[in-house]
Design a protein around this ligand. Structure first.
Ligand SMILES: Cc1cc2nc3c(=O)[nH]c(=O)nc-3n(C[C@H](O)[C@H](O)[C@H](O)COP(=O)(O)OP(=O)(O)OC[C@H]3O[C@@H](n4cnc5c(N)ncnc54)[C@H](O)[C@@H]3O)c2cc1C
Length: 459
């Protein structure tokens, strides 16, 4: 491809908003950098408005130039990593809160607003926005929609899609800013295009603004952490919790090896010989949360070897900070990791936790898993010394075994992070031929030239 006429792009978005050469480097990776994933782009473009973003899309599409939408760059699938040139369209300057209506519990924010900012905006207005993926300081609301992000509290409150009532999107052919849905909470007039965009990983359109709904702030939350010396005891306690009629706001787990790797940073001394750690939380009005906490303690304590149930706000915050840092603690323990996000039916959770360890062993790798137990979503992980080329190669093969396992157990190859470029080609093992053909048809309808995030989410 001939060199990109950067000056033309600068005319659309301003000279300082087009980056090339060394300045583009931070935009060529995402959270998979530790796995050695990086890309190449001709230019990074940072449109300051939705209209200028549309002009960039139109300019690129007409000239056959690939467009790679990028939010906060925290994705775990290489989704925003450009493959072989083109323009990275970063939403980082689209940070306006266009409206916020605390009385009617809704807001419209631009795509580049960080997840944390939206959570804070909600809190400052007596509301709650419950989508809480672990990299909330960096990830963008647009990226959260494009990956249909979850997090610990998705168990009770659902993933990003559940909180989006409307989108402003640039569709590539034509490059017009288009509105889908609105702040209206119910809308079945047409096909559900908002849902189609949720989780589309930048392959169908560029999201420039998002209408979200919220709920009144939750007054109290009480977590209960329980430790178990066998997987059976832990899973039984989890089933007892689910059958008890309490609806925990979160139900998370760490297996034994993960608990060991995160032991030092846990706010209290942990029992020895932990095979499973469960973190559940009760929330609601102070009365509801207190009753929920009692029910959780009753369900989780009997078979456990120890329980930690903080009630002081500082201690609760410290506990969730610890949970958010699990991935970092695992990284720090060995230096390198391949971490996946398979999800399985709840009945198969224990089997998947055990099988993760077996798959690691069969490849000569240390394995562990943690994740969103209530959603059957495992971050099955293989850890290694990053300089060990054999281990790096084996871990990638082992990841394939994990995908096969998930499919065999009736689950999915991705519960959270999407396919990006790392799981290309796997969907056809999970879906029927007919479903794959439909997905491919949808892609070509939205993007006939295949220029929107090419090489991603391929079936
Ligand atoms: C420490 C850590 C913890 C995490 N925890 C969780 C978790 O609990 N749950 C979870 O679901 N994920 C988690 N993630 C993954 C990641 O944070 C989420 O996938 C997040 O939603 C990505 O948002 P982003 O803005 O960083 O997107 P990016 O990484 O920039 O992009 C991700 C994908 O979305 C597309 N995209 C981005 N913005 C737009 C846009 N405006 N329009 C169209 N397409 C766009 C990109 O092309 C790419 O395909 C975690 C990541 C880290 C590093």
């Amino acid at each position: 491809m001939p060199a990109l006429p950067v000056r033309d792009l600068a005319a659309l978005v301003g000279e300082t908003n087009v980056l090339v050469g060394e300045a583009s480097r931070p935009y060529l990776t995402d959270a998979t950098e530790a796995e050695g994933v990086s890309g190449l782009a001709d230019a990074i473009v940072r449109p300051p408005t939705a209209e200028s973003a549309a002009a960039v899309v139109e300019w690129c599409y007409t000239r056959g130039i690939p467009i790679v939408p990028r939010g906060g760059g925290t994705g775990y699938a290489g989704g925003c990593v450009p493959q072989g040139g083109g323009v990275v369209l970063s939403t980082e300057l689209l940070t306006r809160t266009r409206s916020l209506d605390p009385i009617h519990w809704c807001a419209q924010v631009e795509a580049g607003v960080t997840t944390r900012r939206l959570q804070t905006l909600a809190r400052e207005n007596g509301l709650y926005f419950p989508v809480d993926p672990g990299a909330a300081e960096q990830s963008h609301v647009g990226g959260n929609v494009a990956t249909n992000a979850g997090g610990p509290h998705a168990f009770k409150y659902g993933v990003m899609r559940a909180w989006v009532t409307g989108l402003e999107v640039i569709f590539a052919p034509g490059g017009q800013v288009t509105k889908l849905g609105s702040s209206v909470r119910k809308d079945v007039a047409g096909y559900d295009l908002v849902s189609l965009l949720a989780g589309s990983e930048g392959t169908l359109g560029v999201i420039t603004a998002v209408d979200v709904r919220m709920i009144p702030a939750v007054a109290a939350r009480y977590p209960v952490v329980a430790f178990f010396s066998s997987l059976e005891a832990g899973v039984e306690a989890m089933d007892t919790t689910l059958a008890s009629g309490t609806a925990p706001s979160a139900l998370e787990y760490l297996d034994g090896p993960t608990t060991e790797m995160a032991r030092r940073s846990f706010p209290k001394a942990l029992p020895e010989g932990v095979v499973l750690t469960l973190i559940a939380e009760a929330d609601g009005s102070p009365g509801e949360a207190t009753a929920g906490r009692t029910a959780l303690l009753e369900a989780l304590s009997p078979e456990s070897t120890g329980v930690y149930a903080p009630t002081a706000p500082g201690e609760i915050e410290a506990l969730w900070r610890w949970r958010e840092g699990i991935g970092i603690a695992v990284d720090a323990a060995y230096g390198g990791k391949v971490s996946e996000d398979i999800a399985v039916p709840l009945q198969a959770l224990a089997a998947a936790i055990e099988a993760t360890l077996c798959i690691g062993e069969s490849h000569g790798l240390t394995a562990c898993s943690w994740g969103h137990a209530g959603d059957g979503n495992l971050h099955s992980t293989f850890v290694f010394d990053r300089t060990d080329a054999r281990a790096v190669k084996e871990a990638k093969i082992a990841a394939g075994d994990l995908f096969e396992l998930a499919i065999e157990l009736g689950g999915t190859i991705s519960g959270e992070h999407g396919l990006g470029m790392l799981k290309n080609g796997w969907l056809r093992n999970q879906w029927s031929q007919e479903a794959v053909a439909l997905q491919e048809g949808i892609k070509s309808l939205f993007d006939p030239k295949c220029l929107l995030n090419p090489g991603k989410k391929e079936s």
